[in-house]
Design a protein around this ligand. Structure first.
Ligand code: 13P
Length: 251
């Protein structure tokens, strides 16, 4: 049985003070919800403070990005070793990083290798763009992204995949539960081909893209969907808690 996971990707939102306040607002309610892994992914500069706040609770911390070198002259970058001390998870290959920061499949691959090496759990994001979806190329795109991201990685223990169709991110136009379930099933079959059925059945695959408290049930009812990567709605304490609660009830 896969334990569901709900991660809040706060993206480039919240000052340190706002991040602390947001965490304090949901801390108690989130902590009480069982059978779901709850992960907060605030901006880098708030990780340490939130880490202190959630100490001793069931809430986990994740970063939104990482560099693939461990140290050296890489001004402005954050290394996997720095994060390994602070958090459990790290989002890698988010479509916004691919789009605005030119992250290629090769870079994503190096970041995953670097994260796994220090015991960080990567949340690998993949998903097709609108024009690719409309051209019926979803399978081809996610397959290519999986192949390039996982090149020369023989053991994916600790990995989570988030299927985030780019056209659904921040648009209010979520995929349907059925669409998301279908593509996630396809991703699981690809993983089974690469790593065997056992590994594929153990792997958590999340849906992301305009998930809210209003549509969470639709996704969590789907057998292939193991949770969600939530953007906008994770910035609202009551929405995020509700998404986690619905997940706990349905999974
Ligand atoms: P939204 O939930 O705001 O659409 O963002 C999804 C996302 O990109 C999470 O990583």
């Amino acid at each position: 049985m896969r334990v569901p996971l709900i991660a809040g990707n706060w993206k480039m939102n919240t000052t340190l003070r706002e991040a602390v306040e947001l965490t304090q607002k949901m801390l108690r309610d989130l902590d009480k919800i069982k059978n779901v892994d709850k992960v907060l992914c605030p901006p880098f500069i708030s990780l340490a403070a939130i880490g202190e706040l959630i100490k001793g609770t069931s809430i986990k911390l994740g970063a939104q990005n990482v560099y693939f070198e461990e140290k050296g002259a890489y001004t402005g970058e954050i290394s996997p070793l720095m994060l390994a001390d602070l958090c459990d998870f790290v989002i890698i290959g988010h479509s916004e990083r691919r789009q605005y920061f030119n992250e290629t499949g090769e870079i994503v691959n190096r970041k995953i290798i670097a994260a796994l090496k220090v015991g960080l759990k990567p949340i690998l994001c993949i998903g097709e763009r609108l024009e690719e979806n409309e051209a019926g190329r979803t399978e081809e795109i996610v397959t290519n992204q999986l192949n390039s991201s996982l090149t020369e990685i023989s053991n994916i223990t600790g990995l989570t995949i988030a299927y985030e169709p780019v056209w659904a991110i921040g648009t209010g136009r979520a995929a349907t539960g059925r669409q998301a379930n279908e593509t996630i099933g396809l991703i699981r079959r690809k993983i089974s081909k690469l790593y065997g059925e056992r590994v594929a059945q153990d792997l958590r695959i999340l849906y992301g893209g305009s998930v809210t408290a209003d549509n969470a049930t639709e996704f969590m009812q789907q057998p292939e969907i193991d949770g969600a990567l939530v953007g906008g709605a994770s910035l609202k304490a009551d929405q995020f808690v509700s998404i986690v609660r619905q997940t706990s009830e349905l999974k």
